[in-house]
Design a protein around this ligand. Structure first.
Ligand code: NAD
Length: 261
């Protein structure tokens, strides 16, 4: 239980990759603050299970990642009720798939706010606590799309490339304070986010569901297998270890070879 006494906030952790990060941190004894949307009973069930796994505390905060005031309030609440934050994971994300001429402006703005700007506000709120403690871990879920592009994902690719740049900058700003800042860039991970973009891709490219799975999603991944949430979370957990303290400013691919091609 190497995270006993530490506190982690994971944004967008009611589902998918984020929930798995929260689980691995809790299994190592951390207090965890989960965030995101969903059915209240399912969120309470997840929260209670995390608390049982950690033997520490688990809180849920409904902060909307489009709202800087709510992000700052969540970080402050974490500090007051759980301590820290010692670890933050910027993970909340949404996707929309359309060619630029058809891309709705409200979707463009929401993707930038949730997938990129929220990470900046999270870091702004959390870095003072980490510097004061002389220890911190900042991890962002970027994407293979922080390194390469795909058509019809202009907002997402833009946001994820931005997240990689933000990671490098804040790594430099915190390098002498015991704080590391990295992003993890998965290829296609089988989660509700991926499942939800299949209908839009079918429409945008005139394909069947099977064609989207084989010719679009796994076409990019040389291993021809989806990445799993536990593979991504295992890397995040490693980044929290003392052995990982020299890893900062890195963009770490977990993409089955996608960006090697
Ligand atoms: P998911 O849809 O399962 O989870 C997204 C989470 O974000 C949910 O908890 C949701 O409630 C939350 N969220 C959405 N809008 C929010 C808002 N306004 N405020 C707060 N929370 C909000 O998706 P996932 O696949 O687990 O994605 C998690 C992250 O991983 C995203 O940043 C995504 O871009 C990234 N990613 C996913 C894949 C993949 O293949 N699934 C690949 C690379 C990167």
């Amino acid at each position: 239980m190497f995270l006993k006494g530490k506190t982690a906030i994971v944004t967008g952790s009611t589902s998918g990759i984020g929930l798995e990060y929260a689980k691995v941190f809790a299994q190592e004894g951390a207090n965890v603050l989960i965030n995101g949307f969903g059915a209240p009973e399912a969120i309470e069930d997840a929260r209670a299970k995390l608390e049982a796994a950690s033997g520490a505390k688990a809180l849920y905060d409904p902060a909307d990642m489009t709202r800087p005031d709510q992000i700052a309030a969540m970080v402050k609440r974490c500090h007051e009720e759980l301590g820290g934050p010692d670890i933050i994971v910027n993970n909340a994300g949404i996707q929309h798939v359309a060619p630029i001429e058809d891309f709705p402006a409200d979707k463009f703005e929401a993707i930038l706010q949730i997938n990129l700007h929220s990470a900046w506000y999270m870091m702004q709120a959390a870095v003072p606590y980490m510097k004061a403690a002389g220890w911190g871990r900042i991890i962002s879920t970027a994407s293979a799309h922080s390194l390469v592009a795909s058509p019809n994902k202009s907002a997402y690719v833009m946001a994820k490339h931005g997240l990689a740049g933000l990671t490098k900058t804040i790594a430099l700003e915190t390098a002498t304070h015991g704080v590391t800042v990295n992003c993890i860039s998965p290829g296609y991970v089988w989660t509700p986010l991926v499942e939800a973009q299949i209908p839009d891709t079918m429409k945008a490219r005139g394909m069947t569901r099977e064609q989207v799975m084989e010719d679009v999603l796994l076409a990019a991944q040389p291993t021809k297998e989806f990445v799993t949430v536990d593979q991504v979370a295992a890397l995040a957990l490693f980044l929290c270890r003392d052995e990982a303290k020299a890893i900062t400013g890195a963009n770490l691919s977990v993409d089955g070879g996608w960006t090697a091609a």
